[in-house]
Design a protein around this ligand. Structure first.
Ligand code: SF4
Length: 186
């Protein structure tokens, strides 16, 4: 597992704007029915990574306007609660994630929520580059931290290891401390 210094890894140096997978209408990547975008590329190299193939920034297919349009249309269904960004590492693919999140806000306001998984901890993100902080400001929920094999726990809600937290982003930014998402049950 790798531990970057603040601003050591920047999306502009690594992202190839590629997507490992897109799964509309699933029930596993957060609360409710969701559309999930798996972004290619991650540098954390956690042992036991759940999606090792997506650590490669060149993996998968190019992110296109056509895909973005389909995501926006998939989200339009009233039964879809929101979008989930995962990977790979969404915060090293901010060129894709920020415009997409902004478009969701402009089309749907806050009637659709946006979740993201990240290998960065909240404390690390607070010291990170402007693009990462901008992406964070557009999110509702973030699940933070590397996957730690020694802390693996299959009973946890939406997390792989017990060091990871499900964080209410807007409340945490406002109060300048980590506030856990209120519907957390484990
Ligand atoms: S942060 Fe996530 S995607 Fe990246 S290596 Fe760790 S488990 Fe895999």
């Amino acid at each position: 597992m790798r531990n970057p210094k603040p601003k050591e890894w920047l999306a502009k140096d690594y992202s190839q704007s590629r997507i490992a997978d897109y799964k509309p209408f699933n029930f596993v990547d957060g609360e409710g029915v969701r559309c999930s975008l798996y972004m290619s590329g991650c540098l954390f190299a956690c042992k036991g990574c759940y999606n090792k193939i997506a650590q490669n920034f060149a993996y998968g297919f190019e992110y296109t306007t056509k895909l973005e349009d389909s995501i926006i249309e998939d989200l339009r269904h009233p039964y879809v609660q929101g979008l989930t960004l995962l990977g790979g590492e969404p915060f090293l693919n901010t060129q894709v994630a920020i415009p997409l999140a902004k478009r969701i806000r402009s089309e749907y306001g806050y009637t659709k929520d946006i979740w993201s998984w990240t290998g960065y901890t909240w404390q690390e993100l607070m010291q990170e580059s402007e693009d990462k902080l901008e992406l964070l400001s557009l999110l509702d929920v973030v699940v933070d931290g590397r996957f730690e094999l020694a802390k693996k726990d299959l009973t946890l809600q939406f997390r792989g290891s017990s060091n990871q937290r499900i964080i209410d982003v807007q409340a945490s930014l406002k109060q300048k401390e980590v506030i856990l998402w209120e519907n957390q049950f484990s």
